[in-house]
Design a protein around this ligand. Structure first.
Ligand SMILES: [Zn+2]
Length: 218
């Protein structure tokens, strides 16, 4: 089954240039590991940046220097992803960038109950900008209610979910905005396992602001 929902240009360009924080990068890299089409898009960006540099010659202005930087960043990351997916005969459910973070594949994971049959594993990153978690949603059930501000990336690793008219299966990635009210629901027949990256809630030092945070949804 081929991937139908891809990462946006904005995320892919930021990933390629190395300006994406660790949490978002993990979601993009995991999608790339499962999606030949986006690996081609990334390579095309690399080619475009390279061609630009050839024309620029030695007299680089600021824009050209930036392009050179970008093309270098792309080189490194494409190689990383290629190495990650080259593992022969792998039957792993989790793509390599994720297995490294979690210390194994599905059988090795220690899930924590979220209630209503759902489970999660929080994934540690050095990134304070995002929250990264693996979610297991029971077949036929909605993703537990969660509030988040800003962007959210959800990558399906096993099973599938529906969000409105759209079906998301293995490899598909959904990009959502915090303002959007959506209730993804796992399809019948198989639990849905996905990687979810959300923008971390802002941390306030004042206890009264912290107390008001859920009410004000900030
Ligand atoms: Zn893709």
């Amino acid at each position: 089954m081929s991937v139908k929902h891809h990462i946006s240009d904005d995320f892919l360009i930021d990933y390629a240039s190395g300006s994406l924080s660790e949490g978002w990068s993990l979601a993009v890299a995991s999608h790339l590991a499962l999606c030949p089409e986006c690996r081609r898009r990334l390579s095309a960006m690399e080619g475009a940046a390279g061609a630009l540099l050839d024309k620029a010659g030695d007299s680089l202005n600021e824009d050209e220097a930036w392009a050179r930087f970008k093309s270098r960043a792309i080189d490194v990351r494409v190689d990383e992803v290629k190495t990650a997916i080259a593992a022969p005969g792998s039957t792993a459910v989790l793509p390599e960038p994720l297995r490294s973070y979690l210390g194994g594949d599905l059988a090795d994971l220690k899930w924590r109950a979220l209630g209503r049959g759902a489970y999660q594993i929080l994934i540690d990153t050095k990134d304070t900008e995002t929250q990264v978690r693996l979610l297991r949603i029971p077949a036929g059930k909605p993703v537990p209610e969660h509030t988040h501000v800003g962007r959210e990336l959800t990558l399906v690793l096993a099973g599938s979910f529906r969000d409105g008219d759209d079906l998301f299966a293995r490899g598909d990635i959904e990009e959502a905005d915090g303002d959007l009210l959506h209730t993804p629901t796992a399809t019948e027949g198989e639990d849905c396992i996905c990687l979810a990256v959300t923008e971390a809630p802002l941390k306030f030092s004042s206890w009264i602001v912290r107390m008001m945070q859920p009410i004000l949804k900030i």
